[in-house]
Design a protein around this ligand. Sequence first.
Ligand SMILES: Nc1nc2c(c(=O)[nH]1)N[C@H]1C(S)=C(S)[C@@H](COP(=O)(O)O)O[C@H]1N2
Ligand SMILES: [Mo]
Length: 318
Amino acid sequence: MREKITDKETYLNRRVFIRAATLAGTATATTLIYRRLNPRPVEPVPGEKLAAAPNSSQTEALKNGAVNKEQLTPFESITNYNNFYEFDTSKDGVASAAKGFVTKPWQVSVEGLANKPRVFDLDELLKFPLEQRVYRLRCVEGWSMVIPWIGFPLSKLLEKVEPTSQARYVAFQTLLDPQRMPNQRTGVLQWPYVEGLRLDEAMHPLTILATGLYDETLPPQDGAPIRLVVPWKYGFKSIKSVVKITLVADEPPTTWNIESPDEYGFYSNVNPNVPHPRWSQATERRIGEYGRRNTLLFNGYGEQVAHLYQGMDLVKNF
Ligand SMILES: Nc1nc2c(c(=O)[nH]1)N[C@H]1C(S)=C(S)[C@@H](COP(=O)(O)O)O[C@H]1N2
Ligand SMILES: [Mo]
């Protein structure tokens, strides 16, 4: 199925199959694990169709670091096993809590150390040539998925605002609106959720803003309408429902680092050799599989990104 992921028919057949298997109670690994994780899966509200541009062939995506020969994680798992603390702190509670999250209208302000800072309407962002990018997502908690994102390189957006020579980092911010994101009424994290990258990480061709997954617009639970995806870093760096991107001179504060600086560093590159203080990072559980896989340095994207950290102590700069 991997080589045909851009084929909508294959995908639709697959979804029908998965649904049929779930209904029939077929004891496939996927179904069992899916059931265990999601006692009452939320039927996804069908998103609008979002086609990746025809010129974004899979060959092109592979050149850009897409995963080869690994099963895609089923749509149902990607959309029912989520971390999105603005809605719910339990992974199987996010989908229902985020159902009905209104993401129209939506704007993203790109500001700070730039010659042409400005506000972009979502419609404008959807006009960037969209590509499909199949990436591993490795959560710091020790699980992973393979997700066929639709999006565009963050660099394309940053180029439009022309970062000045003082800009060395990029800060990101999620929407702050406790009416629409009910768990922001609690103090479970400091709101809004914020993240950051070094400018060269932000400009790297693997770093994308995702506006869809499989062939649909992003479901609310996955960070609608637009979220960051940085595949070689732990999942929490991939901030959801972004409203502000700021070019800055100094390393910006980041939510999980504020929360627990000894556990979550600014870089948070996936690294099997740097254990979390409370658990090993050497292996991971791929959602839908039995057993565990070995975790790969930079989540398997070392060939593309290792040069960014040349001469840097990856243990100190965890
Ligand atoms: N705003 C915001 N972004 C967030 C999070 C969050 O709680 N709030 N969780 C992060 C974590 S820990 C992970 S693993 C990924 C999960 O993305 P997914 O639910 O689409 O798989 O989103 C990240 N982005
Ligand atoms: Mo995560």
